[in-house]
Write a protein that binds this ligand. Structure first.
Ligand code: ZN
Ligand code: ZN
Length: 269
C-alpha cells in the first residue's frame, strides 16, 4: 500500500475540493495511484484572509483520505491529472507538522532546502501510522452529493427476458455521485448528442444540470466492471437520454442518436 502527504494551498490555481478531488502535475502520478492513503497538509499561513478556513496558522495536517481513482485532465496542457478522493476524514484539531520531537515526515538529506515545496510527498507506513495515532479524527465525510444527483431517477432499474435469460439493465452507474462528478469534469455539461446546454437555454438556475449516460449497459458486463468515465460516460440532455433508453431491450449508441437527429433535420429542411 502506498502512502503520501498532499499539500493543499489556501488559494490554489488547481481548483481543488478537499475530500472530493485533487488536481496534480503528472510527475506525482506514481505517488497517487488508486488506493493510496493520503494525509492532507497545509503550509504556514501566508495570507490572513484565509485564517478562518484553516485549523492552524502553522504547517499542519488536517485530514486523511484514500485515492479512489485518477483521471487525465482533458484540459491539461502538460498532462495534469486529477484524483477522485474517498473516505475523507477531517481532523477535529490540527496536527502540527512539527512537534517537540521534530517533524513527522523524514526529510532526505539532499532535500533539506526545498522538501516542503513538493505538493505531493511519499511517506512510509510508519509515518502514516504515527500521524494517524496522534490525529484527532472526525467522522468520515462523504462528499456532498450534487443537488441534481437524482437527475436520472426516472430511469429506474428494469429487467427483461430475452432468449430465456433474464437480463438486467440498470442505471446505478449513472447515479453514482463520484462517477457523475468525474464525467462532468471530463466531458462538461453540454449534451453530446444534440448540443443542448441547460444553462444556455434556461439561464443560471439550470447551471450544471445534465444527465450522465453510461454507454455500456450493465447487462453486458460479466459481473461488476470498473467504469471508466473517460470512455464509458457521456453527458446527455434529458430528452436525448430518454430517447436513447426508449426501448428497454436496446439502448441506442450516441452516434446512432446523432445520425437520427441529423437525418430528421435534413428531412424537414
Ligand atoms: Zn440532447
Ligand atoms: Zn443512460
Amino acid at each position: 500500500m502506498l502512502f503520501s502527504v498532499i499539500a493543499e494551498m489556501d488559494e490554489s490555481k488547481w481548483d481543488d475540493k478537499p475530500g472530493e478531488e485533487y488536481h496534480f502535475p503528472k510527475r506525482y502520478a506514481k505517488m497517487l495511484m488508486p488506493g493510496t492513503r493520503v494525509v492532507y497538509y497545509k503550509g504556514r499561513l501566508r495570507d490572513r484572509q484565509f485564517r478562518g478556513q484553516r485549523l492552524s496558522d502553522e504547517p499542519h495536517y488536517f485530514a486523511i483520505a484514500t485515492i479512489a481513482n485518477v483521471y487525465p485532465d482533458p484540459n491539461a496542457k502538460r498532462g495534469e491529472l486529477y484524483a477522485i478522493v474517498k473516505d475523507f476524514q477531517p481532523f477535529t484539531q490540527p496536527l502540527l507538522a512539527k512537534n517537540h520531537q521534530g517533524y513527522f515526515e523524514e526529510i532526505p538529506a539532499n532535500r533539506q532546502s526545498n522538501y516542503w515545496r513538493d505538493g505531493v510527498r511519499p511517506i512510509d507506513q510508519g509515518i502514516f501510522q504515527k500521524i494517524l495515532e496522534q490525529a484527532h479524527l472526525g467522522s468520515v465525510v462523504q462528499p456532498e452529493t450534487d443537488v441534481d444527483t437524482d437527475d436520472n431517477t426516472h430511469l429506474e432499474s428494469a429487467s427483461y427476458r430475452e432468449g430465456g435469460k433474464i437480463r438486467y439493465f440498470n442505471t446505478k452507474y449513472e447515479r453514482d455521485p463520484q462517477l457523475r462528478r468525474a464525467a462532468v469534469k471530463l466531458h462538461g455539461v453540454t449534451c453530446s448528442a444534440c448540443g443542448f446546454n441547460f444553462k444556455d437555454f434556461y439561464g443560471d438556475y439550470a447551471e450544471g444540470f445534465i444527465h450522465i449516460h453510461h454507454i455500456q449497459p450493465v447487462s453486458e458486463f460479466g459481473g461488476e466492471k470498473e467504469v471508466n468515465p473517460v470512455t464509458d460516460l457521456v453527458p446527455l440532455c434529458a430528452n436525448c437520454h430518454s430517447i436513447i433508453h426508449r426501448r428497454k431491450d436496446r439502448t441506442l449508441s450516441v452516434d446512432e442518436l446523432k445520425v437520427m437527429i441529423a437525418s430528421n433535420k435534413d428531412v424537414k429542411t
